[in-house]
Design a protein around this ligand. Structure first.
Ligand code: BDR
Ligand code: CA
Length: 311
């Protein structure tokens, strides 16, 4: 099994990712840390605890972390995830309580106390991870790698070129990318590709299991487009796909590529530049300023049906 810490901003698709992780035999969730992103930190913590209840998870420690990005103020995604972060899905309040420590301390402890290297899985803006790496750089010695949902090789969602998690806290993403820890990026290139056909979701709604019915409602969640007012349901597995790539990498196509996060103000802030050129071109650019870009295992393609069969 892979021991992991999940950092989340639950969130419709983070909820699905939590359900997947908590029920997958090869994923050993040692701690869950929360960060503001899709919705406020309070909502993220409450939603996360409710999902733990729903799946009957053991008492996994959960802690709240950063209330906002390192530099900017929070800009949530309530137009996708609704006011509570779970759209129209209402789950009973949890009797669990979060740990009385900050997420950074929960991460630190969990990593240094583990007898084997830990994998950090980031499904949210990387504020907590950046703070951890700056405050406790010694943890990198016991990190296997960081798997993150964020960025893209082509195109964005929060802006024309930037993916939401990186766009929300670009400095944090830069700190994580330049940390020297091995990195796997699960970006929009694959995130947007893993669509669930409607006929696969329909049976979930009438199943005799609250977990299945909630999963169906999460996949079928409809968001209101703020520009047109139209509702749409993308039927994506979203963040859960990053966990699929972690446990079943053979279903995905990866390239190890230099990646840079755009930090300058303007239209491209938060964009991830994935350099897919052959080596000659890369080195010419890299020498030019700021040193070489960090190398990242970028997920670019996948077998959609095979991935869906993991659920
Ligand atoms: C990412 O942003 C959030 O809205 C989702 O939870 C996902 O982590 C996609 O850009
Ligand atoms: Ca997320």
């Amino acid at each position: 099994t892979t021991p992991v810490i999940l950092d989340v901003d639950t969130g419709i698709d983070d909820a699905m990712a939590l359900m997947f992780a908590l029920r997958h035999p090869e994923i050993d969730v040692r701690a869950i840390t929360c960060v503001a992103g899709n919705t406020s930190l309070d909502n993220v913590v409450a939603n996360t605890l409710r999902i733990l209840d729903l799946v009957g998870a053991p008492q996994i420690p959960v802690a709240g972390g950063a209330l906002c990005p390192l530099i900017e103020s929070s800009r949530d995604a309530s137009w996708v995830h609704g006011a509570t972060g779970l759209g129209s899905i209402v789950l009973p309040a949890s009797t669990r309580t979060p740990q009385p420590v900050h997420a950074i301390e929960l991460m630190r402890r969990t990593i240094v106390e583990a007898s084997e290297p830990m994998t950090l899985v980031s499904l949210a803006p990387m504020t907590n991870l950046a703070l951890l790496l700056r405050m406790h750089p010694e943890v990198t010695g016991n990190l296997e790698r960081i798997v993150f949902m964020g960025g893209s090789a082509v195109g964005g969602n929060a802006s024309a070129v930037a993916e939401f998690n990186v766009w929300h806290d670009p400095e944090a993403a830069h700190i994580v990318l330049s940390s020297g820890v091995p990195l796997m990026m699960y970006g929009l290139d694959v995130f947007d590709a893993v669509e669930v056909p409607a006929q696969r979701v329909a049976p979930l709604h009438t199943m005799d299991s609250e977990i299945s019915r909630t999963l169906g409602a999460l996949i079928d969640h409809e968001a209101v487009d703020p520009a047109s007012g139209a509702t749409h349901s993308n039927r994506l597995i979203g963040d859960a796909g990053a966990l699929c790539a972690m446990v079943a990498p053979e279903l995905f196509g990866f390239e190890r590529r230099p990646v840079h996060v755009e930090l300058a103000p303007g239209f491209s802030r938060g964009q991830t530049l994935v350099d897919r050129r052959a080596h000659g071109g890369e080195s010419a650019i890299h020498g030019a300023g700021g040193g070489p870009w960090p190398l990242v295992d970028v997920t670019l393609t996948c077998g959609v049906t095979e991935v869906l069969d993991l659920f």
